[in-house]
Design a protein around this ligand. Sequence first.
Ligand code: R1P
Ligand code: URA
Length: 328
Amino acid sequence: MKQTLTDANFPRTADHRVYHLGLRPGEVANRIITVGSPSRANGIATHLDTEPKPFVLTSERGFTTITGRFRGVPVSIVSIGMGFPNMDFFVREVRECISGDMLIIRLGSCGALVDVPVGSVVIPSSSVAISRNYDFDFANPASTAEPPYRISKPAIADAFLHEERRISLTAFTYSFYSSQGRQTSFPDRNTDLIEHLREGNLNVSTLEMETFHLYHLAKCWSGGQPGRAVPAIPLTTGPVRPATSKTPPVGEATLERPLAGKDTVIRAAAVHLVYASRLSQGFITPSEVNALEDWTGLGVLTALANTEIPSDKLHVETGSVWEIKEKI
Ligand code: R1P
Ligand code: URA
């Protein structure tokens, strides 16, 4: 950490940069693709317009944001690393840098529990969370009546990626290993977990580590209804209180005033790339990854650019990194 931060509740630098992503208003757009790895972000960024030159910022904590335009539409690509804590940093800190609505699509890899080849693409319409139960005694399982893993109710995606909503359930896990049913040298008591997830009443199709938290936060923000306007009741009692605000240009933001604006929504969806087949034990090759990430990245950029955001729910362009300045 190089700069002084103020406000222990929501730390920021004097020039309004958020603590972990390092961004400030005007550096991240309303339409966002979030990915796990910087190489995926850089690959997708090759599809951005050359004018204005895409803005790139890698924070000290390893979050990389690339903001530019795709076919003229402002868009950001944010690489967040792995796991739900990073998804939490991303959604909350970016929310504080953008006025208006947010459209977020996660483009991430997964393991498949359904019989599809590696390299397949799954669009999950909902997600459940599988958490390790810390009250279970993993060393002495006979000593507790608790289950070793807990499975939550589903969180639902926004419909903007689904022309026709097909039910595809993803499971988000706290670990790549134990709660995805992988066998390691730890006593994880998970040998029947995969079978349980594939059973008819659950019918989980993919396993990964961020989507549930994204869907859950989007729904919380949007008053419980993905993609719909929030009700008049305040949504949070925490750091963010949605309030009408005119977005100041970069460098002039007064942060006593939250940026989000009134009646804003966060619309979230995900595209999962099958890297691992948990049935055949196959794993994707590097050249398949490159091809798959390229065409799905282009598809997600296109979906975002084609999804309307009302003009009064867009962040102001003046002073932003996506502003096209007239050449003199
Ligand atoms: C595990 O290898 C990582 O890959 C998946 C999981 O959710 C986890 O983050 O997503 P990404 O490819 O987006 O990182
Ligand atoms: N990502 C995951 O979380 N799990 C897999 O099996 C593959 C990618």
